[in-house]
Design a protein around this ligand. Structure first.
Ligand code: GLY
Length: 408
């Protein structure tokens, strides 16, 4: 081949490569645009629906209590007093709806519910103060910046810190009972957000130190080699020793209760946000691996209520675990490389689209006013089985807002 002919064919090959690359890039950018358009519409539809549906829910619930779930048989919204661990989710969900829609009626409802909850800042009966006071007042302060809401958060953090036990280097979740001496549950990771945020925003630095110590103890004791976690560890308060590793809400002591895996994933991602400690990030990524590579994770990515439930594939799903995992993965994506982020966001998208489908999302005026169907509270106690749950709605809307903020 002559020199000029060779040059010509090299040029043609380069041109072909460039065109195919450009087509590929255009293909993937078209795909990105269509995902963005789809998610933008989904998010908008879900928040408009949520505003209407939560106005109905508010009307179904007396002024001095909070909604928990819906009893279909009796056509009645089940409620709790403000000491129940779920009492922060209704005001928190209303605030998320307000954040998106700016609907004044929703804001007024949120304010009324915050007013009945505020007194629980002094509660020390269990570890749930973070769920109760940060999902509610944390969001209120973020949105409106009222000093009295910050004072409520700081007082709640001080109340929670009284449950720290130096001998076990952790926060005691529940008081001792006939079942446990000093139980610490994986869910407790979630309450560290209240402590960490309070210290980072001017409250006693001791709160965050407690949160860090608790997170380190949990890494040391709560996880199995595959990064699944036990639900409950029972400690000896005198020696600090772990007495038993068992379950309360899961299928078996050795099983991976789905919501517990979600609490762990969310908890370590959130602790990385506050500390930038690489161990927490690694822990979160390893938990994500356990969840995402689990052969028992269904194609629609909504977990069975336990990854080791006995009757898979006929076991019940837990929409609350799905919503929580989606929200956590979206945050974890923010701290990950391109490849990991792509995987986490794709799974979160799938979860969100599944939850927004007719299979999980209720119709207007149905489901007692809750958004999502098909969650499981505590199956071993036949409590809250295959029902809506206030926290499923909360983490679903949180995931939508996170998606909008970071990925649209
Ligand atoms: N924190 C209680 C539960 O997840 O059911």
């Amino acid at each position: 081949m002559k020199q000029s002919a060779r040059k010509k064919s090299v040029f043609i090959v380069i041109l072909c490569l460039w065109i195919s690359n450009a087509n590929f890039a255009q293909g993937s950018s078209t795909e990105n645009t269509s995902t963005k358009n789809r998610m933008t519409k989904l998010i908008d539809d879900e928040f408009n629906f949520a505003a209407q549906q939560y106005k109905l829910l508010g009307k179904n619930v007396a002024r001095d209590v909070m909604p928990v779930t819906f009893n279909k048989k009796e056509n009645k919204v089940e409620t709790s007093n403000t000491k129940w661990w779920c009492s922060g989710f209704f005001p928190g969900t209303l605030l998320y709806i307000y954040e998106y829609t700016k609907d004044a009626e929703i804001k007024a409802e949120a304010e009324k519910r915050l007013a009945i909850l505020e007194k629980e800042k002094h509660y020390t009966g269990n570890h749930d103060l973070g769920f109760m006071m940060y999902c509610s007042f944390g969001n209120a302060y973020r949105l409106f910046g009222k000093p009295e809401d910050k004072a409520t958060i700081d007082t709640a953090a001080a109340s929670l810190s009284t449950r720290y036990r130096p001998s076990i280097k952790a926060i005691q979740s529940w008081d001792s009972s006939k079942n446990f001496k000093c139980p610490v549950i994986i869910d407790n990771m979630m309450n560290l957000e209240l402590l960490s945020w309070a210290s980072d925003n001017g409250a006693d630095p001791k709160f965050k130190e407690i949160a860090i110590t608790h997170a380190n103890t949990t890494i040391k004791n709560h996880f199995r080699p595959d990064y699944s976690s036990y639900h409950v560890l029972d400690y000896d308060l005198t020696t600090g020793e772990v007495l038993r590793k068992v379950t309360w809400q899961g299928a078996a002591d050795s099983s991976a209760w789905s919501r517990g895996q979600g609490w762990g994933l969310y908890g370590y991602t959130m602790m990385y946000r506050f500390t930038k400690d690489k161990n927490y990030l690694l822990q979160a990524k390893n938990i994500a691996k356990f969840i995402l590579n689990n052969p028992n994770l269904p194609a629609d990515k909504i977990p069975y209520w336990d990854f080791d439930a006995p009757n898979i594939p006929n076991a019940l799903r837990d929409a609350s675990a799905g919503a929580l995992i989606a929200s956590a993965l979206l945050e974890l994506g923010q701290y990950s490389n391109k490849k990991e982020k792509k995987e986490y966001v794709a799974v979160a998208e799938k979860i969100i689209e599944s939850l927004a489908s007719d299979k999980y999302r209720a119709k207007l005026g149905e489901n007692g006013g809750f958004l999502l169907m098909h969650s499981v509270g505590a199956l071993p106690f036949k409590s809250e089985v295959d029902v809506p749950l206030t926290y499923a709605d909360y983490y679903f809307l949180e995931a939508l807002l996170r998606y909008k903020k970071w990925y649209l």
